[in-house]
Design a binder for this molecule. Structure first.
Ligand code: HPA
Length: 270
């Protein structure tokens, strides 16, 4: 694995105009953030050694080098989900490559179902913490001490400093920003009403099918993380409307102005 990481990082280093300290994973429907990256250089996943190819409709597969808010960034347009059949090492491989490239801060975004009764469709939730309900941890198996410790702490999986910065930007710009705990599950089924209710009762505010694996690996590697969820549907025992992938994508569009304003300002200032 170490060799693969190095091989991929070496390939990317040769392509990169400058080395970014910030990486951004663009989740479902949030691809429009790409428009805020200047001087873009697209590198299709298919051309990158050791990279898998994304299979989901609505997720294009490119790494993008460019600048946001004047700073060099690397962005993933489309991520690898566990439900697609990839193993956890594959799902989190890009994060390990980012670390090897010198990235220190990871921004992650996703679409999620809201259980918190205060939430509305189109809301943006700053992820304050997560609950890992994937059946597997990406760090299971041999620990490469070069990459991080055997037993990494997860007490501040999402940087408190970055959350504060987001709140300050939200106040300044008058953005409606919610806070909450993200529950990560495998999918690809959406939840039953009873499952949404269960996730709320155990402390979750939103549920989705991604993010947790990448955030675990980023923490293992000592990166700081900022995460946000776009609430694309609501679930609970009294809510019997079924979400669809298309609706999730359409709802994510509602949140685009907030996500764009927030992420751009954060990258500029972090
Ligand atoms: N559940 C799981 N994943 C999701 C949802 C949901 O309701 N909405 C968007 N991604």
């Amino acid at each position: 694995m170490l060799e693969k990481i190095k091989e991929t990082a070496d390939f990317l280093r040769k392509q990169a105009p400058e080395m970014p300290k910030i990486a951004i994973i663009l989740g479902t429907g949030l691809g429009s953030l790409v428009d805020y990256i200047d001087d873009k250089k697209f590198i299709p996943y298919a051309s990158i050694p050791n990279f898998p190819v994304s299979t989901v409709q609505g997720h294009s597969g490119n790494l993008i080098f460019g600048r946001m808010g004047g700073k060099p960034v690397i962005a993933m347009q489309g991520r690898f989900h566990y439900y697609e059949g990839y193993d956890m090492k594959t799902v989190t491989f890009p994060v390990r490559v980012f670390k090897e490239l010198g990235v220190e801060t990871l921004f992650v975004s996703n679409a999620a179902g809201g259980m918190n009764k205060e939430f509305k469709v189109g809301d943006v939730m700053i992820i304050t913490d997560h609950i890992n309900l994937f059946p597997e941890n990406p760090l299971r198996g041999h620990n490469y001490d070069e990459l991080g410790p055997r037993f990494p702490a997860m007490t501040e999986a999402y940087s408190h400093k970055l959350i504060k910065l987001a709140d300050a930007i939200g106040d300044e710009k008058g953005l409606r920003l919610m806070h909450g705990v993200y529950v990560g599950t495998t999918g690809p089924t959406f939840e039953t009403p009873a499952e949404y209710e269960y996730f709320r009762v155990i402390g979750g505010d939103a549920v989705g099918m991604s993010t947790v694996p990448e955030v675990i690996v980023a923490n293992h590697a000592g990166m700081r993380v900022f995460g946000l969820s776009v609430i694309t549907d609501l679930g609970g025992k009294d809510i019997l409307v079924a979400p669809s992938h298309e609706e999730v994508q359409q709802a994510a569009v509602l949140a685009q102005p907030t996500v764009e304003a927030l992420v751009q300002a954060m990258v500029e200032r972090c």
